[in-house]
Design a protein around this ligand. Structure first.
Ligand code: PGA
Length: 252
């Protein structure tokens, strides 16, 4: 079993036409032939621009969220089919900022996840506990609730190989605090066991589970060495070309 590592750069609400052009040009130019996969997640208005700039490169494109609806009178929403049309292969679903700042529920997240799959986008389901939850010793319960909310909606309760998960402890996002490799590995192994529930799901060994939360060049390698960590979801450090490239190298 060989899972290809994925390094995903979540730009959040950052960038401009000029900044994106510079960042993507350097990435395309300097990214050596890597054995890992690399993807970037710019804000919606820049997806077309990024898609053009990445044309001919192996860097994949993703969006940061999507609508659960296919089309229609949903002002401000963006549909999965639109993301596909502008060249996205991936979409983040249930990022902690969506959950906490925009009140996305486990149920809404499950519907978005299904909408992504239905149009052929590969969803990346983000989940993770808050500091209070970790301190109260309920980390695995919270993660179980977040993952099962989606798993329960899937056909036959089986996780599709094209869908990815990303463990992002809320207390580690944008804080400079990182889960230790062992803390992260414990959660990743637990999540893989959850996906296996109800019998030996043949494909589960192939499902990728990323770690996110203050991943930097200096801590990436020891995280990516853990047996169940299949790459990273990188926020702040994805806006810095040198740092991001170093993280990509750590995944190879
Ligand atoms: P960070 O963000 O790397 O800045 O902590 C990670 C994320 O939110 O995906």
């Amino acid at each position: 079993m060989m899972r290809k590592k994925l390094v995903a750069g979540n730009w959040k609400m950052n960038g401009s036409l000029a900044q994106n052009r510079a960042l993507l040009a350097s990435l395309c130019q300097q990214l050596p032939i890597l054995s890992c996969e690399v993807a970037v997640f710019p804000p919606f208005p820049y997806l077309s621009q990024a898609s053009e700039l990445l044309h001919g490169s192996s860097i994949r494109l993703g969006a940061q969220t999507l609508s659960e609806y296919r089309e229609g009178a949903y002002t401000g929403e963006v549909a999965a089919g639109m993301l596909r049309e502008v060249g996205c292969s991936y979409v983040l679903v249930g990022h902690s900022e969506r959950r906490s700042l925009f009140a996305e529920s486990d149920q809404a997240i499950a519907r978005k996840f299904l909408a992504a799959l239905a149009s052929g986008l590969n969803p990346i389901l983000c989940f993770g506990e808050t500091l209070e939850e970790r301190q109260a010793g309920v980390t695995l319960d919270v993660i179980k609730r977040q993952v099962l909310a989606v798993l329960a909606c899937l056909d036959g309760g089986s996780w599709p190989q094209s869908a990815i998960l990303a463990y992002e402890p809320v207390w580690a996002i944008g804080t400079g605090l990182t889960a230790t490799p062992l803390q992260a590995q414990e959660v990743h192994a637990y999540v893989r066991s959850l996906l296996n529930q109800g019998g030996e799901e043949a494909g589960v060994a192939e499902v990728r589970i990323l770690y996110g939360g203050s991943v930097r060049a200096k801590n990436a390698r020891e995280l990516f060495c853990q047996p169940d960590i299949d790459g990273g979801l990188i926020g702040g450090a994805s806006l810095n070309v040198d740092e991001f490239l170093e993280i990509c190298r750590a995944a190879t």
